[in-house]
Design a protein around this ligand. Structure first.
Ligand code: ADP
Length: 259
């Protein structure tokens, strides 16, 4: 039996202006995979996510979600998205945790309709999955970065997606809570069968958790199982990337410290 393809990126290129930002990128996610998308800053990772979500259009190539070409795809409730820095609400932001999670249902209920009891139950259930139920009526801005991150995952889960895309989700999360965060992703992946795509520039950590890795710098330099990636030697990476893994990890830690 053929493996079910959740996402297919086929020879995709894109430029904002004159310069190619994404060049001839090929990758795919099969049902059940947890794909880590890694690369240095400015390597086109976030742009590739925008292309996958249909927010910008490829200049060349095609993208398919659940077998449908992106321009025909209309089951957006199947795709949960947690954007970069979603977890940076200041205290005083006028929304409760529950209200934030319910906004994840807006596309399902349509504009100019009201949330009902079932929507509220759905939101509470999503908060239960991320173990944040007890904070439902707290103000979102009062929570820590890691807690806000969980709330935004609940917001993405509330429409029962089959694919969850996360852009740099560990930025702003306390180092001691990053392990809990990966445990949550493992639970979503193995218990709920949600396929995952996580963007990060933390090469060191992602290979310990993702089943597969794509390493890109405008174009794809490696696409394979995490086990193979670990054997992809530093010298090869150095040639492809212009940096060693140690240097990239160092840069990442340096940026983290600057935040
Ligand atoms: P990454 O997520 O890997 O850090 P990005 O996709 O954000 O990389 O950026 C890739 C390149 O595209 C960078 O050179 C960046 O400056 C440029 N870029 C990103 N967004 C825009 C934009 N909206 N307009 C013009 N250039 C952009």
């Amino acid at each position: 039996m053929d493996t079910e393809k959740i996402l297919e990126v086929d020879h995709v290129s894109f430029k904002y202006d004159k310069e190619w930002v994404v060049r001839d990128v090929d990758l795919s996610i099969d049902k059940g995979q947890f794909l880590g998308l890694v690369g240095p800053n400015g390597s086109g990772k976030s742009t590739l996510i925008k292309l996958m979500l249909g927010l910008v259009k490829p200049d060349e190539g095609n993208i398919r979600l659940f077998g449908s070409k992106l321009r025909h795809f209309n089951k957006w409730q199947e795709v949960g998205f947690v954007s970069q820095k979603a977890n940076s609400f200041n205290s005083g932001f006028p929304a409760t945790v529950l209200e934030v999670v319910k906004t994840g249902l807006v596309s399902r209920i349509g504009a100019f309709r009201f949330f009902n009891r079932k929507h509220k139950e759905k939101a509470i259930e999503a908060l239960r999955v991320v173990e944040m139920e007890e904070y439902a009526y707290d103000s979102i801005g009062e929570l820590s970065g890691g807690q806000q991150q969980r709330v935004f995952i609940a917001r993405a889960l509330v429409s029962d997606p089959s694919l969850l895309i996360l852009d740099e989700p560990t930025v702003g999360v306390d180092a001691k809570h990053v392990t809990d965060f990966y445990d949550l992703l493992a639970k979503l992946n193995s218990e709920q069968g949600i396929s995952l795509l996580m963007v990060t520039h933390d090469i060191g950590t992602i290979t310990e958790h993702a089943t597969h890795v794509v390493c890109m710098n405008k174009t794809v330099h490696f696409h394979g199982a995490s086990e193979e990636y670990k054997e992809f030697d530093d010298e090869a990476l150095n040639r492809l990337y212009g940096h060693s893994v140690q240097q990239l990890t160092h840069n990442y830690q340096h940026e983290e410290n600057q935040l």
